[in-house]
Design a protein around this ligand. Structure first.
Ligand SMILES: [Mn+2]
Length: 337
């Protein structure tokens, strides 16, 4: 069994005791953050709980269909209300992040200091020790897969899925594996996907919604990235793409528009390390991807105040875009691949 019986029983008893439960995921939520949260939301609703679904800030529009009909509260829009919930709810379930800082600066302190019991369900390395129960399994494809595993054990292997739950969890698995292209070399993932499809997850619909709903601006931004902003450092098998604030403005940037852009670096033969550098309002963000053995989690931790997974990580810097590009170029030149 993936998780110890004692932890699953602990989870069950805490859910039983709590009428009001709060779900919280990470800042800049992705498909897995939204999918795992919405999956858990539907499960708890089936058990007649009052559920507060808190999302720290806006998510890409291509995820709207997952959350359709589910009430949620945006942390950056209703900060006081969210802080109040985090200190007064009976149980907090944290999904798809390891450390409290991942919920964003505005909420991290409240999450760390609240007296409310916290449960973590996540697949990132090195979770904080501020949680009362931890369901962490790094090799899992996604947190959505872990939500399935947890509920599957909780319900003693009896069917527990309804269609919206299944579709949300499927979306999380599909997006966090780049459409089943990484982090998914386990039969178990496909057994779970089989169950999700059987329970009503519409794989074709998810694919259409997630991958075929580009705006013209987003598609042209991608073309611009590849044509004008791609630097290749061949001898280091690395490539990076950068986008300035002006670039983003030119293409009428919407949240989610740069999602997946970094992966294009790795579509080149002989390139195994890709980076996307994006200049934001208050900082420069970096996304790192690796195709083979190079560990971008370590690279992001050691150099860019970040981390994540071995093959997909992120970081940030408060230096200027120019300085970040210069520093990164030097780091790449010094890599011993
Ligand atoms: Mn995830």
């Amino acid at each position: 069994m993936l998780f110890p019986d004692t932890d699953v029983l602990e989870f069950e008893s805490r859910i039983k005791q709590s009428k009001n439960i709060t779900l919280l995921t990470h800042y800049n939520p992705d498909g897995d953050a939204i999918g795992s949260s919405v999956g858990m939301y539907h499960y708890l609703k089936c058990r007649n709980k009052e559920v507060n679904l808190i999302i720290p800030n806006e998510f890409p529009h291509f995820l709207d269909f997952v959350i359709d009909g589910v009430p949620f509260i945006l942390g950056n829009k209703e900060l006081d209300r969210v802080k109040n919930i985090l200190t007064s709810t009976e149980l907090i379930i944290c999904l798809d992040f390891n450390t409290a800082s991942r919920v964003g600066d505005a909420l991290a302190e409240t999450l760390r200091n609240t007296k409310v019991e916290k449960i973590l369900v996540d697949h990132h390395l090195f979770p904080d020790n501020c949680y009362d129960v931890v369901f962490s399994h790094v090799p899992a494809s996604s947190t959505s897969e872990l939500v399935y595993e947890l509920l599957y054990h909780l319900e003693e292997y009896k069917p527990f899925l309804n269609k919206p739950m299944a579709q949300a969890l499927y979306t999380g698995i599909c997006t966090d594996t780049g459409s089943f292209s990484f982090g998914c070399n386990h039969k178990r993932t496909y057994d779970i996907v089989g169950d999700l499809v059987e329970a009503g997850a519409d794989v074709e619909l998810v694919h259409q919604e997630v991958f075929n709903t580009n705006s013209e601006d987003r598609l042209r931004l991608l073309g611009f990235c590849l044509c004008e902003r791609l630097t290749i450092i061949k001898d280091k098998r690395a490539a990076f793409i950068y986008l300035s604030k002006e670039d983003l403005k030119r293409f009428n940037y919407q949240i989610g528009d740069t999602e997946g852009v970094v992966n294009y670096c790795l579509t080149m033969k002989d390139i195994e390390f890709g980076v996307l550098i994006t200049e934001r309002i208050d900082r420069v963000r970096l996304s790192f991807r690796s195709k083979y053995d190079f560990d971008v989690n370590i690279f992001a931790r050691e150099n860019w105040n970040g981390g994540g997974h071995r093959k997909a990580s992120g970081g940030h810097s408060f230096d200027s875009l120019e300085k970040v590009i210069e520093t990164l170029t030097n780091q790449i030149q010094n890599l011993k691949l």
